[in-house]
Design a protein around this ligand. Sequence first.
Ligand code: ADP
Ligand code: MG
Length: 595
Amino acid sequence: MADIISLLPDHVANQIAAGEVIQRPASVVKELLENAIDAQATEIQLLINGAGKTMIQVIDNGIGMSTTDIRLAFERHATSKIKSADDLFSITSKGFRGEALASIAAIAQVEIHSKTAEDEMASCLRISGSNFEDQEVSVAPKGTSIAVKNLFYNVPARRNFLKSDKVELRHIIYEFHRVGLTHPEVKFIFLQNGSELFDLPSGTHRKRIANIFGNKIEEKLIPLEEMTSVAGIEGFVVKPEFAKKSRGQQFFFVNKRFIKSPFLHHAVSSAFQGLLRDQYHPGYFIYIQIDPKTIDINIHPTKTEIKFEEEQNLYAIIKSMVKHSLGMFQVAPVLDFDRDSNLDTPYDLQQKIPSNVPSVEVDSSFNPFQNSDKNIPKAPKSSWESLYSELDIPNDPSTKNKELKLAIEQTPKVFQLLRKFIVTTTRSGLLIIDQQRAHQRVLYEKFLTSITKRNMLSQQLMFPKEIELSQQQIALFGELEANLNAMGFVVKQQDNKLCITGIPAICNDKQLGKLFEDILSTHESNEQVESFSQGDYMAKILSKSLSIKGNTTLSIEEQQALIDDFFACKDTLTCPFNRKIFITLEKEELEKKLN
Ligand code: ADP
Ligand code: MG
């Protein structure tokens, strides 16, 4: 057989290698920002056009590069950051593999200007698809400016693989957050298509978090601090009552590098156990300083996963310090009328049915609201009635033997279990319905019907509502704006505020702020929601955001109404997210179990 093995040409090898480091515009952003930080810049500008597909430019005021260095920088494995393998165990820089610039130049058109403090003139170099084009002397201030154009122009398969501009921009923002949060001492400016997305002055970690996520987050942060022989750890956790449904506020940094660690994440989550509602995630910003000898950063090309020698100890330390801080700062909740009263006790405890039903000594026949209106608060129930505390018992003073009537005629056909399920009887047994999923199904079908019939009715708000958003939320809103309008929301964005003047008739106008947060975070965490159309996607998102949640007490009318609506649905088997909605317990099963 003839010889068949040959060496790949450099530019092909480079393209393949580039794939490991550069997956999308956001990867370029990460590498360039990190290079600027490694070059000791104190001010960094990020300019993005066309979500980074057209152009990504990073301008820094760092140490710059000499004429020879600028040429060498684009060779694979060319780095000024380590000299030998031993250095791998004392890394303090972001980069060290010498791959980023070579990778970027293999799959884009690059123009770089750089000047050191000693040199009089700057050097400019152009390189595209690994081909050196020209190098000349140029005029530029000290530092480096690098522009990366038409990413993947020569690898159409990868270019086609990129997501929509909105999604790519969101990834860029994530990377920007990570670098920005790691280096609050550095000033950052981020412009997208010429308009400013972020202007982050240099400051403390706390200020930086506030500048990125909005000032309101500052008062929600609980500080952490602990010096141990294993590591120095500081940072913040977000108060549990402000936990989010998305995981957008979970950050670990090790030696000034953002990392992902499911293991350490678990340590934090377990410290939050019992304090968060279903589907809510803790927020945290944890900065770990650790001897570089005890970690290995070099296990992944993007350097976001690392190995710790003292993993178990670190886990224990983080868990206990988070618990400690949550305990210490979880004093009486501040007066906040929007606060969810469900948060007064840890959820784990709430799920349990108290063994002693507390008795309340009141006259149950006293009713100051004779013409009882549904919305008027009810008189407190007597102790035995509180056994049925989930039930809304009509107060009828004309009934002489009220208690008897209750026991016989009003025996509930429907009741709520654990504030999460609605239980009802059928001819052959019991039906146990997940209230949240059933409600999602009802809302989803309602939304779908009105979208199909194009009759999204909008109700005008008497008092327009203003909501302040973070930059990240504004980006998310931008992605949904057209769809939200089509669904009956009348919303205008002005700077970092939304002004809502109309909402779909199905919604109520209470807690609009929370509803929008929910919609945006559901959207953020649901890139994967499978939908065959925009309308379907919106119906899913809204049904999720508007549905009754677990841990919500429903009146008997509400339970009955939900059941009626639910059984009028076209599909009653699964919720819009393909989960089972109810189970049945049949007579035979009961008999078998009792055998
Ligand atoms: P690494 O960062 O792993 O060393 P890169 O390919 O990202 O590899 O960069 C190669 C080299 O180019 C760096 O080691 C550094 O010396 C130089 N360099 C890159 N970007 C800059 C910059 N913005 N300012 C000064 N030097 C830079
Ligand atoms: Mg680098």
